[in-house]
Design a protein around this ligand. Structure first.
Ligand SMILES: Cc1cc2nc3c(=O)[nH]c(=O)nc-3n(C[C@H](O)[C@H](O)[C@H](O)COP(=O)(O)OP(=O)(O)OC[C@H]3O[C@@H](n4cnc5c(N)ncnc54)[C@H](O)[C@@H]3O)c2cc1C
Length: 404
């Protein structure tokens, strides 16, 4: 069996590693020039995603990932702040004993270890043709390749999904984010709210504008990864998100500098510490991210072609589960392909499982966007910031002390 994977992103690389570990032949195609050719912000990998990596991928991968990122100590709490920079509520968001915060570039580079011979970079998939003898993949460089099974791991707006299902699998959520990162200098570290050193936070301001902030400070002195060029200097990720009605224009074709200016404009009346993050952003790294939901996450039928990750269930970053769910898909699909000789059965079994956990991950991303819309109403936002969240904070503190 020869499996063709379109997309060497988080899901595609995980799938390639899991299949090769079981001696299944794999070939992966990606339009990027290399693994590091990707936007770089910090991602959260859940306990379940890490367990899947531990069980099904070569042993060294989990170890290298953990050395390149940070663990539960960097996610002790999640904070909600007002736009003056004051914490209104902090709570423990997850009971996970194991989790990983890792930059997207190190994650991708480590997942691509030992795959040099099976990944074809700089190769854009255009369409496929089904034949008796298999599936022929076509690329924009006029090359083609024959495989027995085709997996679309090509992210939001998947070309494989469009041909397979005859429609897009992504529906715009009506919210756009502008995200950037600023190096964590002692000066910048001294200006931000100290709660950000205990975990990520979300600041809420007028007009339903929100700003997500997280400090990413991996240890940088481990010999095992020293030569791999995966260590990142500590940085602060910021992401300003607003609903379409609040935005002055579409961000789609703006440069990094222009996006920084737009983000600054959106929060120009906020506390100086937020503005400083934007002012200190690394040049050329600020990008716009429309938020997506799956357009119709239901069963489909095909005995040789399937979809994993954002290609079938894109989700807003508000649950922090997009990358983790694509890893679960990849490992789940690999296990089914190994277990069942009949590929048709294997693909249906994968789908049945995926359709149980993926909608739950999508559902977890919805409440923050719901509240962001509600907070456009000034009365609701002020009431929440001055009465509701402080009350919840007191109740949580009492509960905590009773527990102790
Ligand atoms: C601002 C923001 C913050 C996020 N934060 C988190 C977080 O904290 N935690 C989390 O778990 N997730 C987060 N996510 C989501 C996460 O990045 C994605 O969900 C995850 O990368 C999905 O993996 P994937 O393999 O499905 O797709 P991707 O990783 O996007 O990979 C798709 C790959 O396909 C390639 N490709 C696309 N089309 C073609 C083609 N035609 N031919 C060849 N190659 C092609 C692309 O180059 C890409 O490499 C965030 C997303 C955003 C926007």
């Amino acid at each position: 069996m020869r499996v063709g994977i379109i997309g060497a992103g988080i899901g595609g690389l995980t799938l390639a590693q899991a299949l090769i570990a079981q001696n299944i032949e794999v070939i992966v195609f990606d339009r990027d020039l290399s693994a590091e050719e990707t936007g770089g912000y910090r991602l959260h990998l859940s306990e379940d995603a890490l367990a899947s990596i531990r069980e099904d991928l070569p042993e060294n991968i989990e170890k290298l990932l953990k050395l390149s990122g940070t663990g539960p100590e960097s996610f002790q709490q999640f904070s909600i702040l007002n736009h003056h920079g004051k914490t209104k509520l902090s709570f423990r968001q997850t009971d996970e004993e194991d989790l990983l915060m890792i930059g997207r570039i190190p994650l991708r580079k480590i997942l691509a270890i030992d795959l040099e011979k099976v990944i074809r970079w700089d190769t854009q998939f255009t369409h496929y043709k089904e034949e008796e003898s298999g599936i022929t993949l076509h690329f924009s460089n006029a090359q083609s390749e024959k495989v027995d099974i085709l997996v679309g791991a090509d992210g939001v707006h998947s070309a494989v999904a469009k041909q397979l299902l005859g429609r897009s699998t992504a529906k715009y959520a009506g919210v756009m984010g502008i995200a950037g990162r600023a190096l964590l200098t002692p000066q910048l570290g001294s200006t931000i709210n100290k709660d950000f050193f205990k975990g990520p936070g979300f600041a809420v301001g007028p007009k339903g504008i929100g700003m997500f902030i997280t400090v990413h400070a991996p240890k940088t002195n481990n010999e095992l990864i020293a030569g791999m060029d995966v260590l990142e200097d500590p940085y602060i990720v910021w992401s300003v998100a607003a609903t379409d009605k609040t935005l002055r224009k579409s961000f789609r074709n703006l440069t990094s500098d222009q996006l920084e200016k737009e983000a600054y404009q959106l929060i120009r009346h906020w506390d100086e510490s937020f503005l400083e993050l934007i002012n200190n952003s690394e040049k050329g790294r600020t990008a716009a991210f429309p938020f997506w939901y799956p357009s119709n996450l239901t069963r489909w039928k095909h005995s040789k072609i399937t979809l994993i990750g954002d290609a079938i269930h894109p989700m807003p970053p508000t649950s922090g589960l997009g990358a983790s769910t694509s890893i679960l898909d990849a490992v789940n699909l690999a296990e089914k392909l190994v277990k069942h000789d009949d590929s048709s059965y294997a693909l249906q079994a994968y789908q049945a499982d995926m359709l149980k956990y993926a909608p739950k991950a999508v559902a977890e991303a919805r409440p923050p966007l719901f509240w962001q819309r509600r907070f456009k109403n000034n009365f609701i936002r002020r009431f929440a910031m001055s009465v509701l969240l402080p009350c919840v904070s007191v109740v949580l503190k009492i509960k905590d002390s009773i527990k102790k």
